[in-house]
Design a protein around this ligand. Structure first.
Ligand code: ADP
Ligand code: MG
Length: 426
């Protein structure tokens, strides 16, 4: 599979979507009726692409098309259409490794278009969290998703040869990686024109962050890890806006992970940190909304633990049962009756992923408060003084996670600090 040629690419519009989709195999059967009778809605609330929901008498589907520029900014910020190719390639691999992704119906490479299952009546998890809704298995499911995707695309499962071919396959997604490199690891730490924060309330705090030598050095250490450590195929953007949740009437939940266009080979802790950081941002934002926040905050802290626990326990199971790759070869451990050595290696491996996750989580939190593209959890707090107070608390924890992650030593200790910071204001 190679990146397609985009010379015949045409962006869709509300008027042209139905006609185009009708040309793909299976679409007419799925939706029923005539294309002229289908309704088309554009629902893209993301920063980059157009997403259409198309409904006919018998069913619906979701069509996502990349544009040659960043939607949030406009044509002045070009972005390659190839991101759709990487998104599709990642969805295929995530489906094989774990399955909790939308089903893909059609992929039109040259049109940068993915036609997939319409997740309905699912909602974006971030929105549910802002509304203080509880989806009790989401964190666990996402933990298992990350563990299975990471393990099964890494040197722990694949031969070195296959894994290197996979690295090569994703190596061209440089433009999307560059967005992360700039927006997460670089721009928030100096006076970049695209930064944006709650001003003037947070001005002094932002100056302190940017003038903090240890913070700057530690973030650059994390950026170096992000740039160089090709451990596994990452989702690359695993925040609460990339997860869709739905609770069925019988109380069971359907949890799906969408939007892996930032996929590339990188450090496992980056995905884990994205989720932990975004749940922590919601935790700190809760004090900015009316009503008693503490019950929900206790639930959120539990979810962060659930995510990490699910990740570690699924990863451990796979370590023991599916370790077929060239790294930590069974021939050196189990085959020599050295299971105890394998368990030590596993503990050390997971500890390192946990430390990386803390650092990346802190970097993600900082970026969402100081850099381009904030999160609705905080931006929805109408009073700037209240919002800035929440953001200052989040930044206090973020600094610890970035600068003192090794001294902190565990997620558990980090969450104790989060609780202390929350209590100090109550
Ligand atoms: P972007 O890459 O631009 O961020 P996303 O993939 O995050 O785009 O999609 C934007 C929005 O479209 C999501 O927040 C969600 O509301 C909706 N969406 C995306 N994929 C689906 C799907 N398969 N089913 C239903 N809605 C979807
Ligand atoms: Mg997105």
């Amino acid at each position: 599979m190679a990146v397609p040629d985009f010379k015949d690419y045409k962006p869709l519009s509300l008027d042209s979507v139905a006609k185009r989709l009708a040309t793909y195999p299976g679409v007419q059967e799925r939706l029923g009726g005539k294309p002229e009778s289908w309704t088309v809605r554009e629902v893209g609330d993301g920063n980059l692409n157009f997403v259409y929901i198309v409904t006919g008498p018998d069913g619906s589907l979701c069509a996502k098309q990349a544009l040659p520029y960043v939607r949030l900014v406009g044509e002045s910020w070009p972005l390659p259409l190839s991101r759709s190719f990487y998104e599709h390639a990642a969805l295929v691999r995530q489906d094989k490794a774990n399955g909790s992704v939308p089903e893909i119906f059609n992929y039109d490479g040259p049109q940068a278009l993915i036609v997939m299952e319409n997740l309905s009546p699912h909602v974006i998890w971030r929105k549910a969290l802002i509304n203080r809704e509880q989806h009790d298995v989401a964190a666990k499911m996402v933990g298992e998703f990350a563990a299975e995707c990471h393990f099964r695309t890494s040197d722990l499962a694949l031969s070195a040869e296959t894994k290197k071919a996979e690295i090569a396959m994703f190596a061209g997604n440089t433009a999307l990686c560059k967005i992360t490199e700039d927006l997460v690891f670089t721009d928030p730490y100096y006076d970049h024109p695209m930064n944006s924060w709650t001003s003037p309330e947070l001005d002094e705090t932002v100056r302190a962050v940017q003038g903090d030598p240890q913070w700057k050095a530690a973030v650059q250490e994390l950026k170096f890890i992000f740039l160089t450590r090709t451990e596994a195929m990452l989702h690359g953007d695993l925040h609460t806006g990339s997860i869709m949740v739905h609770k069925n009437e019988d109380g069971t939940e359907d949890i799906r992970i969408i939007d892996p266009e930032f996929a590339f080979y990188g450090p496992m802790g980056f995905d884990c940190g994205a989720l932990i950081g975004n749940l922590l941002l919601n935790l700190f934002a809760q004090d900015g909304y009316p009503g008693r926040a503490c019950v929900y905050q206790d639930w959120l802290l539990e979810q962060i633990e659930n995510f990490c626990h699910a990740y570690a326990s699924r990863f451990s199971e796979l370590w023991r049962t599916e370790r077929t790759g060239d790294a930590y070869a069974r021939s050196l451990f189990e085959d020599q009756n050295h299971t105890d050595a394998s368990e030590i290696a596993l503990t050390n491996f997971l500890h390192r992923v946990e430390m990386d996750s803390l650092g990346f989580a802190g970097a993600k939190m900082t970026r969402r408060i100081i850099g381009l593209a904030g999160v609705a959890d905080l931006q929805g707090i109408a009073d700037p003084a209240t919002r800035a107070a929440c953001e200052r608390r989040a930044l206090a924890l973020a600094r610890m996670m970035v600068v003192e992650r090794v001294e902190l030593g565990s997620l558990g200790r980090t969450l104790e600090h989060a609780e202390r910071i929350l209590k100090d204001v109550k």
